[in-house]
Design a binder for this molecule. Sequence first.
Ligand code: NAD
Ligand code: WQD
Length: 358
Amino acid sequence: MSKIILVTGGAGYIGSHTVLQLLLGGYKAVVVDNLDNSSDVSIKRVKELAREYVNNLSFHQVDLRDRPAIEKIFAQTKFEAVIHFAGLKAVGESVSEPLLYHDNNVIGTVILLEVMSAHGCKNLIFSSSATVYGWPKEVPCTEEFPLTAVNPYGRTKCHLIISDMVGQLFVEEICRDLHNSDSKWKIILLRYFNPVGAHPSGHIGEDPRGTPNNLMPFVQQVAVGRRSALTVFGNDYSTKDGTGVRDYIHVVDLADGHIAALRKLSDPKIGCEVYNLGTGKGTSVLEMVSAFEKASGKKIPLKIVGRRPGDAEVVYASTKKAETELKWKAKYGIEEICRDQWNWASKNPYGYGSSHSK
Ligand code: NAD
Ligand code: WQD
C-alpha cells in the first residue's frame, strides 16, 4: 500500500516539484494550498507529468488557518507524514506586514500541528531556510551555527529573542519544543539554500507574483523581454568579482532531498533534526548571469546599484550532515540549473498565465 503524504503549499514552486517526485517515487500525495501565491495550473501540470500515477494526487484549495477544513481532511485520510511548505516568503513584505506573516506562517503552523496531534500523525518535514544563518561569520554554514534571522520572514523560520518578543515561539523552536514534550514527534527541519531552476520538462517552474525578489526569476524575466535589465545589488563585496555569493540548488535536487528526509523519518532514532539542503558550492551573481547567458543565448543587461539592505556577502552550505545521514547529495550544477530555468522560461514566458503554454 502506498504511503499517503499531506503536502501543504504543494501548488507552489518547491511544493509542486516535490509532489511530482513523491508520485514518481510511489507515494500518494494530498495537497492543501490556498493558492495565495500559486495557481492550480501547477497541479494540472504535475498530474500530466505523473502519467500513470495521476490518480495518486488530490488537491484541496484550503487555507491552513481554516481549522475545520483541515480537521475534515485529517478525518478522511490517515497520513504517514506531512511536508509543510505553506507560508509567505517575501522578505520585504514581511517587514511591512509583520502581523500577516506571523499570522500566516506561525498561526497556520500551530493549527496544522494541533490537528496532526489530534489525529495521531506526528511525522513532519518543515521548510526552513538558510536565512536563519543571517550574515554568517564563516562559511560553509553548518547546522550548529547560531541563528540570527534579520527580518520577520526569517524569524518565522527560527527563533530570535528581542526585547519585546521574549518568549515568543517561532516555528523551528515550536518544533523542538513539541518533540521535547512528546518523543513520538519525529521532525525534520530542512534549511534550504537558494532554490532555483525548474523541472527538466519545462512544464513546472517558479512563477512569482509581481516583481521578483530573487535573482533567477528576475534574470529569467529579463531574458524573455519582460524587464529591461537586471539590477545587481552591490559589486563591492570581498568576493571573487565583488558580487554576492550564494549556494544555488536545483529545485529537483531539493525535491529529492524531501524524499530522503521522508525515508529518514522511519529511523527509530530520529527526534527533531536539522539538515542543510545545498550544494556546498558558492556562485557569484555575475557567474550566475554568465551561465544563464550561455544557456539561453540571451544577453542580460546589467545595472549595478548599491547593496541591498540586509544582504549577506557569502552564504553556502556545509552538506556533510545531509550526505552522511540522509544519504542525499545534489546532482546538478549551475549549467543544468540555467538550462532548465531557460527551458521553463522560454516555454512559459508569463509563467502559468502564459497564453500559449499548455
Ligand atoms: P511558494 O510561494 O511558491 O509556495 C508556498 C505555497 O504555500 C503557495 O502555493 C501558497 O499559495 C501557499 N500558502 C501560503 N500560505 C498558505 C496558507 N495559509 N494556507 C495554505 N496555503 C498557503 O514558495 P516556495 O518557494 O515553494 O517555498 C515553499 C516553502 O519553502 C515556504 O515555506 C518558504 O518560506 C520556504 N523556503 C523557500 C525558499 C525559496 O527561496 N523559494 C528558501 C527557503 C525556504
Ligand atoms: C541572491 C543574490 C542578491 C536579486 C532570499 C531569502 C532566502 C530565500 C531565498 C526564501 C544576492 C543578488 C538578487 C536581484 C541581485 N527565500 N540579487 N539582484 O537573498 O540569498 O535569499 O531568497 O524563502 O530566505 O533571504 O536570494 O535570490 O534574493 O539573492 O543582485 O534582483 O543575488 O544581492 O547576492 P537571497 P536572492
